[in-house]
Write a protein that binds this ligand. Structure first.
Ligand code: TXA
Ligand code: MG
Length: 318
């Protein structure tokens, strides 16, 4: 399929009642709109409209169709789209609204565009905590498919300015509601018989999932072989070479620190992993825009949310 790339004048709006109404009208007309969530800014479009979903891929310059996360405003909407096992119910009750995406069997009568699921028998569902995203779903009356609002393969946006830098002229509207609180994309899990499969580490950690369900958390894709961005080896990538686990930067490196240490920017001087996660992508954006030829990142512990931080860093450096 060939998709034209129309050039728009992108409207940058502070989130509020009027901006919300306008955004919902664009969604109903099949246009993608950039909107904040608690994780990263998403490029949202009507998940029931194949043209709207195709327009997301076109704006991002994503070369092929991969399954997208469908965002819902409440659990009733979620239950109309997918089949919830008892474990899925437990996870939804405990972590929704919030940064957890559940991969569940899609209902035959979901009404979702087949482009959203990329032909898989499952759909990835998330009930976000951010009021802007939920209000947009309610106001447009549609489940919204939304990947991160950046050009394919680039660093994820945690501020509206990051969206504009990446997608100016490629989307009609960006809703600005300041920096996102989590800063890392949602945790993605597939509840299976006897275990929880962790498809993408994120703000909801493996320990939290185990504690909530009493079930073991298994890493990796299992037999669902999908080649989706975000699970590709190189993703979230700055334009410059990135070196990890660096203790002391060389002269041509922009140093991203963690804990008290000499550096250009510090993810968390107090060595707080949650704070480091919230600051990670903004730091990569700044490092990428700096005069330095290369980027260096200090070692980040792998426990808790550190697993998600290291996952994103590994892909940024690949
Ligand atoms: O925090 C987030 O999740 C953000 C915000 C905007 O909500 N969204 C996001 O979407 O990160 P995206 O499109 O970048 O990530 C979609 C991921 C893909 O990497 C894919 O692996 C997974 O969701 N996915 C989607 N549908 C799936 C399915 N049916 N089975 C397995 N994985 C699926
Ligand atoms: Mg992304």
């Amino acid at each position: 399929m060939t998709i034209a790339n129309p050039v728009y004048s992108t409207k940058f709006c502070r989130y509020g009642a009027e901006a919300l109404r306008e955004a919902a009208l664009l969604i109903r007309a099949g246009e993608p709109v950039a909107v904040p969530t608690e994780t990263v800014y998403g490029l949202a479009a009507d998940a029931t409209d194949s043209h709207a979903v195709a327009a997301i891929y076109s704006a991002k310059g994503r070369p092929s169709f991969n399954p997208l996360i469908v965002h819902v405003a409440d659990s009733d909407m979620a239950r109309g789209l997918a089949v919830f096992s008892p474990v899925a119910e437990t996870l939804a009750k405990r972590f929704w609204p919030g940064p957890l995406t559940l991969v569940l069997p899609v209902r035959a009568d979901s009404g979702l565009s087949p482009l959203v699921t990329a032909g898989l028998p499952t759909v990835a569902l998330r009930l976000p905590a951010h009021p802007a995203m939920r209000a947009l779903i309610r106001e447009s009356g549609r489940p919204l498919a939304a990947p991160s609002a950046n050009r394919s393969g680039a660093i994820s946006p945690t501020r509206a300015e990051h969206v504009l830098a990446s997608l100016d002229g490629r989307v009609r509207m960006v809703l600005d509601e300041g920096p996102t609180s989590e800063g890392l994309e949602s945790t993605i899990v597939a509840p299976e018989a006897g275990c929880i499969r962790l498809l993408r580490p994120g703000p909801v950690t493996a320990a939290m999932l185990e504690e909530a369900t009493g079930m073991p958390v298994i890493l990796g894709k299992g037999d669902v072989a999908i080649e989706a961005p975000g699970q590709l080896e190189s993703h979230y990538a700055p334009s410059k070479p990135v070196r990890l686990n660096v203790m002391r930067a060389e002269a041509d490196q922009y140093m991203i620190g963690f804990g008290l240490m000499p550096c250009h920017i510090n993810l968390s001087p107090e060595a707080d992993l949650r704070e480091a996660g919230a600051n990670l992508f903004a730091a990569l954006h700044i490092a990428d825009a700096s005069a330095a030829a290369r980027i260096a990142v200090a070692p980040i512990p792998t426990d808790g949310i550190g697993a998600a931080i290291n996952d994103r860093l590994k892909r940024a450096a690949a």
